[in-house]
Design a protein around this ligand. Structure first.
Ligand code: PNS
Length: 175
């Protein structure tokens, strides 16, 4: 029997850690649907359509991976799509409590859907979308941590939102 897996998340933005998990999932399952949560209440840096396009570009080369969006309960979405597996990445012990709660609640909601945890490469074990946004906002580099597409878009956004330095700190132009 073919096994279809859903890999859900906010992906705001997608990182190379997420892509690492997608790659591993695509080797393990017959099909992987990367499902972006539609959550109008949570203010995102990238809108849903941007995230969908970025993910499609980054993961579209894997022939058994597709990208979709969902709202409502994850287990309802997985059931509608005929998926029996939910994939989640586990980076460190700090992820465990939240993921454990979610996995058990999802199991309670639908015992026929199993959560499978996968570990990304250790070089991404500290990486998160939240830290990526913070580093970029404060002027640091995230090269090698996100797809180039994301890096470029983050750069433009940070450039726009960063406040200009106070007058006295700005470089004096030579007359
Ligand atoms: O990337 P994230 O933000 O950690 O992903 C969290 C996500 C989208 C997997 C989680 O918030 C979710 O499944 N939301 C859908 C609503 C739902 O099913 N809630 C009950 C989960 S126990």
């Amino acid at each position: 029997m073919k096994v279809l897996a859903v890999y859900p998340g906010s992906f705001d933005p997608v990182t190379n850690g997420h892509l690492d998990i997608i790659r591993r999932g695509s080797r393990l399952f017959d099909r992987v649907i990367v499902a972006i949560l539609r959550n109008p209440e949570k203010k995102a840096m990238f809108n849903l359509e941007e995230r969908r396009r970025i993910l499609q570009r980054a993961a579209g080369k894997m022939s058994n991976v597709s990208v979709d969006t969902f709202d409502g309960l994850l287990v309802d979405y997985a059931r509608r799509r005929g998926a029996r597996v939910i994939v989640r990445g586990l980076r460190a012990l700090s992820d465990f409590e939240y993921e454990f709660q979610m996995a058990l609640m999802n199991r309670r909601l639908d015992a026929g859907i199993e959560t499978v945890f996968m570990m990304p490469s250790e070089s991404y074990s500290y990486l998160s979308s939240r830290l990526v946004k913070e580093v970029v906002r404060l002027g640091g580099s995230v090269a090698g941590l996100v797809p180039q597409d994301v890096e470029r878009r983050l750069g433009t956004r940070a450039g726009k939102s960063r406040r200009p330095a106070p007058r006295k700190l700005r470089k004096q132009r030579k007359p």
